[in-house]
Design a protein around this ligand. Structure first.
Ligand SMILES: [Zn+2]
Length: 374
């Protein structure tokens, strides 16, 4: 199965120039093909199939870059049209690419006759090798992979950083998956802490990292500053670069936190019970709430695909289930419970509950019943 690994890379001057050239040619080919296809559509004709080769005679500079990169542009654009015809509500007609957008190109791994693959990594020395580039590109490999490399996508972000995303055919991780210590756990996603987990042995609170909240607030502040600057001015350009940099930091740091957390949970439990989120209703008013809401939906996404990889089960409980208001001991529903009450006593059985822990217990109990009825 295919997995993507993303690393930061540090190309030298010549390598940067090569990347610029390749980005430029890919953009050029994309726009040329798009122009012809849109013209055909305007005339009521079928979208023609075009290969990059037809431009090479007229524009010989296209021959200087990695031809696989250009071939991938063709495939990407064909897919974009297919998606849009199939599902026009979700996918818009492809648009022209501009130089100031994020730049990228994808190349494939090939095994030439001498046996050396065209895309290689040297984890020890920290080098990435790509077709048509002489020397290794400095890279930070924060984690290793095992498997056959299929392709590599070089990306230059708007903040001017370079990354590579390597697609690897890895062994099915289910073959070496650990036995979970725990059968079932319930997770309540809350505002006071990111979440509360209850499993077979006890409960645990997960805090949303403070540095992340700080960074997300900083990002919002920078975005506000940017919006006050005159578009196109020097100061606007500077502010835009700061926003892009902070945005990248937040994205990576948050992804890292959510990936590690979801992996730990999936490693430890066979069945994970969560409340399904109403993603469309993400709150816009309160920033802290908004940050959490968007992280939760990401988190649930990571949980469910990791569950699929590692052969675990996710039970998503409908939002109408009264996980907070139900007493996890006797089942009484305490309708008068207010949001401000963190600790409450069940009027029916007298049990004292911590709000989020009680909710997580209810989710776990729900999961037990649900699974035994399967
Ligand atoms: Zn009770």
């Amino acid at each position: 199965m295919l997995k993507a690994y993303k690393y930061r890379i540090y190309p030298d001057k010549a390598q940067k120039e090569f990347f610029e050239k390749t980005f430029g040619c890919c953009r050029f080919v994309w726009n040329k093909m798009l122009e012809e296809k849109l013209e055909a559509l305007r005339q009521g004709k079928k979208v023609p199939r075009i290969t990059p080769a037809r431009y090479k005679k007229e524009y010989p500079f296209l021959k200087e870059v990695d031809s696989l990169a250009l071939a991938n542009v063709q495939l990407q654009q064909e897919k974009a049209f297919r998606d849009c015809f199939k599902n026009p509500r979700h996918f818009r007609i492809p648009t022209f690419k501009r130089k100031k957008d994020k730049q990228s190109y994808t190349t494939n791994n090939q095994q030439p006759k001498n046996g050396r693959e065209t895309i290689r990594v040297d984890f020890e020395k920290g080098f990435l090798y790509l077709p048509k580039i002489k020397d290794g590109i400095k890279a930070v490999f924060h984690r290793k992979f095992e498997g056959k490399i299929k392709s590599a996508t070089v990306v230059k972000t708007r903040a001017g950083r370079y990354y590579v995303s390597i697609l690897v055919d890895v062994q099915d991780p289910r073959n070496d998956v650990k036995e979970p210590k725990n059968f079932i756990c319930g997770i309540d996603l809350g505002l006071k802490s990111f979440g509360t987990i209850v499993n077979d042995t006890g409960s645990l609170k997960i805090e949303y990292p403070k540095y992340l909240i700080k960074a997300e607030k900083r990002l919002k502040r920078l975005q506000r500053q940017l919006s006050r600057k005159k578009e196109g001015s020097k100061n606007w350009e500077k502010a835009r670069a700061r926003v892009a940099k902070e945005h990248e930091y937040v994205k990576n740091a948050r992804g890292d936190f959510l990936h590690k957390l979801s992996k730990t949970i999936i490693d430890e439990s066979q069945i994970v019970v969560v409340e399904s989120l109403n993603v469309k209703g993400l709150s816009r008013g309160n920033l802290a709430k908004y940050i959490l809401d968007s992280s939760w939906s990401k988190f649930l996404g990571y949980l469910s695909y990791k569950a699929a990889w590692y052969g675990r089960t996710i039970v998503a409980v409908d939002r109408t289930f009264p996980s907070s208001k139900m007493c996890s001991k006797c089942g009484y529903i305490h309708r008068e419970l207010r949001l401000s009450e963190r600790i409450w006593k069940c009027p029916a059985c007298g049990a004292v509950h911590e709000r989020d822990e009680n909710a997580a217990k209810n989710l776990k109990n729900y999961g037990v019943v649900y699974i035994s009825n399967q």
